[in-house]
Design a protein around this ligand. Structure first.
Ligand code: SF4
Ligand code: SF4
Length: 486
């Protein structure tokens, strides 16, 4: 009791919300709870996240702004007069600045996914879930939505009170404004996201005058509600119960992985005390048990219970605790980005077997990706024999076969290609010697090959077709077919 009153009188630490610490209820750690069939996510268990300021929060905001700006800007960039990034699924071609990828270029996409996966493994091994805390769209959008929530409904304490009181005009207006703001952000996000897959200028100009196609409207509405639902309502449920990365990332952790951790040796035994009281006299550690680290946690966990899979490494608890330590006059970093080995008094090893292995795999895959892009031939060639007539004899007694060459120009500029047929002595090629194909287009060229039967050694012989770009002889493709004479 004595301690409590001392705590009330002397301990007045408030972070951003102005609620006194002893008024703040501990955050309930969210479900699962209850028996079989119980509601896993009762609405009353929602987490009211307290705002916090500090160096980690500043870093996350700056990174969030930069990534958001990149996301919003990229689809508006033009390159050589075209939308620089256009992932056109309907036409099966992905344009990324000067590179156009077709279904035939799946290996490049496969390398790209593998590079991304191994980069994530390496980063997770070294720095834990920094992806989740600082760059994941779910976290970034959740923090944006929480910003609107705070601006419209007030601090954590005010939001709790607002939710507890019955509906009135003020509550109705605040709730309506909040959901409108969320929906607007979600709509803008969805329009931008869909703009990566279609002409973004047309999408924006047509959407608001109701002239978009049903597909475009359907996708925009779907992503609007997905963003609104994920960042507005589901929030930490997405991270703790749906995202598969949360489940398997522990496989990449070891004693040298950087995690957000509480220094138990220094903090325990925890307990409230006056600011001027020497903790050792009360037999206490540095943790004053103010619960602020729990109140700022977007997933509602208590980091003092040790590493938990719900922790997204956002570092909000670090800022909250550092602020408390500063006000108490204690050293900072009771909660910090650290490693298990460092907490046990050892030296963190950055390069160990696991991180070296992931690093080497990443280098090898990155090199393969670069080689595949550099040596990619922006030309595809297919040949199809005329199925109606196997062969025919012309007036000179020569045997003729008819083919269709399908030339695909995978570059973004028009190209002139020369065509050659080889493989049989004295063959006569009847067709265009050169064709021009527009960038990103397919051109079908019908051709005929005539041969004196005297030069045919069998009823079926192989014939080669070669197509070469006039501007660059390295851009060349050859394909084989059969010449049938009986
Ligand atoms: S760890 Fe820090 S923020 Fe958390 S309860 Fe203890 S003193 Fe408060
Ligand atoms: S425990 Fe700390 S780092 Fe982990 S999610 Fe909560 S606030 Fe973020």
């Amino acid at each position: 009791m004595q301690q409590d009153s001392q705590h009330n009188d002397e301990y007045t630490i408030q972070v951003q919300d102005k609620a006194p610490v002893d008024l703040a209820k501990p955050v309930k750690i969210h479900p699962p709870k209850g028996g079989k069939g119980a509601n896993q996510y009762p609405p009353n268990d929602r987490i009211y996240v307290r705002e916090v300021k500090g160096r980690v929060e500043t870093m996350r905001r700056l990174l969030g702004f930069a990534l958001m700006a990149l996301f919003l800007m990229l689809p508006w960039l033009t390159y050589q007069g075209e939308q620089a990034i256009l992932l056109n699924i309907f036409e099966q071609r992905f344009r990324i600045f000067g590179l156009t990828l077709w279904p035939q270029d799946l290996t490049i996409l496969a390398w790209l996914f593998m590079v991304a996966a191994f980069a994530l493994f390496l980063v997770t091994t070294l720095w834990g879930r920094v992806w989740c805390g600082f760059t994941c769209p779910q976290t970034t959008w959740t923090f944006i939505f929480m910003w609107f929530e705070r601006k419209i409904e007030g601090s954590r304490h005010q939001r709790m009170k607002l939710d507890q009181r019955p509906m009135d005009a003020d509550k109705f207006i605040r709730k309506t404004l909040k959901h409108l703001a969320w929906l607007l952000v979600a709509l803008f996000t969805a329009l931008t996201f869909v703009g990566y897959f279609t002409d973004i200028r047309a999408l924006f100009s047509e959407f608001f005058v109701l002239q978009s196609s049903a597909w475009a409207v359907g996708f925009v509405l779907f992503f609007t509600f997905a963003t609104y639902g994920n960042a507005g309502w589901m929030r930490e449920i997405m991270c703790t119960h749906i995202c598969p990365y949360a489940r398997f990332q522990s496989a990449m952790f070891d004693k040298d992985t950087f995690i957000v951790a509480y220094d138990e040796k220094r903090g325990e035994p925890r307990g409230p005390r006056g600011r001027k009281v020497e903790p050792s006299k009360l037999g206490l550690g540095d943790c004053i048990d103010c619960n602020l680290c729990v109140q700022v946690c977007p997933t509602g966990i208590d980091i003092r219970n040790g590493l938990q899979y719900e922790c997204i490494n956002c570092g909000a608890c670090i800022d909250a605790c550092d602020n408390v330590m500063e006000k108490m006059g204690y050293p900072k970093k009771l909660i910090s980005f650290t490693t298990e080995r460092r907490l046990q008094g050892g030296e963190t090893k950055v390069w160990r077997l696991k991180s070296v292995g992931y690093g080497l795999a990443l280098l090898a895959l990155g090199a393969l990706l670069v080689l595949d892009v550099v040596f990619r031939v922006p030309l595809e060639l297919d040949v199809v024999r005329d199925r109606n007539t196997l062969y025919r004899e012309n007036q000179q007694g020569f045997i003729e076969n008819v083919y269709q060459l399908r030339i695909m120009n995978k570059s973004q500029q028009a190209q002139v290609y020369s065509i050659h047929a080889t493989g049989i002595e004295d063959l006569e090629y009847i067709g265009p010697a050169q064709v021009e194909v527009a960038g990103g287009e397919v051109h079908i060229v019908p051709i005929t090959v005539a041969i004196d039967p005297y030069f045919l050694s069998a009823s079926l012989v192989e014939i080669n077709f070669t197509v070469t770009a006039e501007s660059d002889s390295r851009v060349s493709r050859q394909t084989q077919s059969n010449f049938i004479s009986r």
